[in-house]
Design a binder for this molecule. Structure first.
Ligand code: URA
Ligand code: ZN
Length: 378
C-alpha cells in the first residue's frame, strides 16, 4: 500500500522583507545581530526582552530555517512531508503603525503567493508542495482595509485562509468591531488559523525571575495554550459562532486546553446567572461549546502526546476528521545540531501512530487527508 499523504498545516516563515524590518527595530519584536557575528537573535516575546539578560543572549537564535524556503523544503523532505501550508510567524503585523499595515500585509501575502507558485511550478508531482495562510493588516485605521485584504486573498490561488493572533483590533476576539472581519472570512469561506503569541503575564508564573530561570518553558508550554483557550472562549461567549455559524477556525496546539476544558466551559455557561437564558441581562452564547467544536473548529495535532490527541478527537464528537498534522517548524529545532530528525516532529508522528495506529484510515486522515479535503490542497 502506498504511504499516506502528509500535510503540515502549522509551519511558519519570516519572509526576508519581514526579517529586514525586524532587524531595523530596537524594541520587541526585533532581530539583534551580535557584534561577534554569532547567530542573530530573535526577540519577539515581551518576556524575551529582559534588560537583566545580556542582549546577545536574549530570545532565541534565528537562522536560515526561518526565512529560506529551500531550508523548509529540505526539512519537509527529511521528515516525509509532502505539502506544507506556510504562515507568517508571530507576532505577524500586530505591532505595525496603522498607516503601515495595509502595505505590509499586501507585501507579505504577495510574497507568500509567489513563493508557493514558484515552488509548485517546479514539481512534477500532481500534489502541490506549498500553500499558505495569509496575514491581515489588523492595525489598519479602519476594518475595510482588513476586509478588502480578505477578499483579495480569496483571489490568490495558493492562499487558503489567514493566520491571526488573539488581540484582534487590540481588544481581543470578542470585540464586536471584528464582525465585518468574521463576515468576510465566512463569506469567502477562508480558514482562520488562530495562533497564540502574547501568553500570560509573567506574574502568572511567579514573575520575571521565575520565567528567566526556566527560559521559554512556562510561556510556551502553558502561556501559549491558555492564551488560545481564552481567546476562543471569548469568541464563543460573545456569540461570534451564533452570528457567523459557517466561520471555520483552526486552533493551534490542538486548541490549547479547549478540548479538555470544553465540558467545564459549557457547565459554567449553563450556570451563569448573568446570561439572559438564566434570567440575567447579558445575551450569552446560544450554540453549545460541543456544537461549535463539531461544526466550526478544526484542531492541529501539535500536542506531542496521546492524551492531547484523544481529547481533541473526543471534543470533535469522536471523529478524527477535524484533526490535522503540523510541526511548528522552524520553532523547536533539535538542540544537538547533529540530530537529523527533529524530535518535535517525530514526537507528533509517534503520538498520531500511538493514538490511532490500529485505524489506518484515521492515521491517513490526520496526517494529510483532512487538510487536503478541508483546505482543498489538490
Ligand atoms: N514559539 C513562538 O514564538 N512561536 C511559535 O509558533 C512556536 C514557538
Ligand atoms: Zn506556531
Amino acid at each position: 500500500m502506498s504511504r499516506p499523504l502528509v500535510v503540515d498545516i502549522h509551519t511558519h516563515v519570516y519572509p526576508p522583507a519581514y526579517m529586514a524590518m525586524l532587524r531595523a527595530r530596537k524594541e520587541v519584536p526585533y532581530v539583534h545581530d551580535p557584534a561577534n557575528s554569532a547567530t542573530p537573535r530573535l526577540i519577539i516575546l515581551s518576556s524575551d526582552d529582559d534588560p537583566s539578560i545580556p542582549i546577545d543572549e536574549r530570545g532565541r537564535p534565528v537562522d536560515s530555517s526561518y526565512y529560506d524556503i529551500n531550508v523548509k523544503l529540505s526539512f519537509m523532505k527529511q521528515h516525509g512531508i509532502d505539502c506544507s501550508v506556510i504562515s507568517l510567524a508571530n507576532p505577524w503585523l500586530d505591532f505595525l503603525a496603522p498607516d503601515e499595515a495595509q502595505e505590509w500585509a499586501k507585501r507579505i501575502n504577495d510574497d507568500l503567493e509567489s513563493t508557493c507558485l514558484q515552488v509548485n511550478s517546479d514539481t512534477s508531482s500532481s500534489q502541490k508542495k506549498l500553500f499558505a495562510f495569509g496575514t491581515l493588516p489588523l492595525s489598519a485605521p479602519n476594518p475595510e482595509v482588513i476586509t478588502n485584504e480578505i477578499k483579495r486573498l480569496k483571489t490568490l490561488s495558493q492562499i487558503r485562509g489567514v493566520i491571526m493572533g488573539t488581540s484582534g483590533l487590540g481588544n481581543g476576539l470578542d470585540d464586536p468591531l471584528l464582525d465585518p472581519v468574521w463576515a468576510a472570512l465566512e463569506e469567502t469561506q477562508q480558514m482562520m488559523f488562530l495562533h497564540p503569541h502574547y501568553g500570560l503575564p509573567d506574574e502568572a508564573f511567579g514573575g520575571t525571575e521565575t520565567t528567566n530561570r526556566y527560559g521559554h518553558v512556562l510561556p510556551l508550554a502553558l502561556g501559549f495554550p491558555l492564551e488560545t483557550t481564552i481567546a476562543v472562549t471569548r469568541m464563543l461567549l460573545s456569540g461570534v459562532f451564533d452570528r457567523f455559524p459557517k466561520l471555520n477556525i483552526l486552533l493551534a496546539h490542538s486548541g490549547g486546553t479547549l478540548p479538555f476544558l470544553a465540558g467545564r466551559i459549557e457547565s459554567c455557561i449553563m450556570h451563569e446567572r448573568h446570561f439572559i437564558a438564566n434570567g440575567g441581562s447579558t445575551p450569552g452564547p446560544v450554540r453549545s461549546v460541543w456544537d461549535v467544536l463539531q461544526t466550526n473548529v478544526y484542531l492541529d495535532a501539535v500536542v506531542y502526546g496521546t492524551a492531547g490527541l484523544k481529547a481533541a478527537v473526543a471534543a470533535a464528537g469522536g471523529s478524527t476528521d477535524r484533526l490535522m498534522f503540523g510541526t511548528d517548524h522552524p520553532f523547536f529545532p533539535p538542540l544537538n545540531e547533529e540530530d537529523e530528525k527533529w524530535a518535535s516532529v517525530t514526537t507528533n508522528y509517534k503520538a498520531i501512530q500511538d493514538s490511532f495506529g490500529d485505524d489506518k484510515g484515521s492515521v491517513a486522515a490526520v496526517l494529510g487527508g483532512n487538510a487536503a479535503r478541508v483546505l482543498n490542497l489538490n
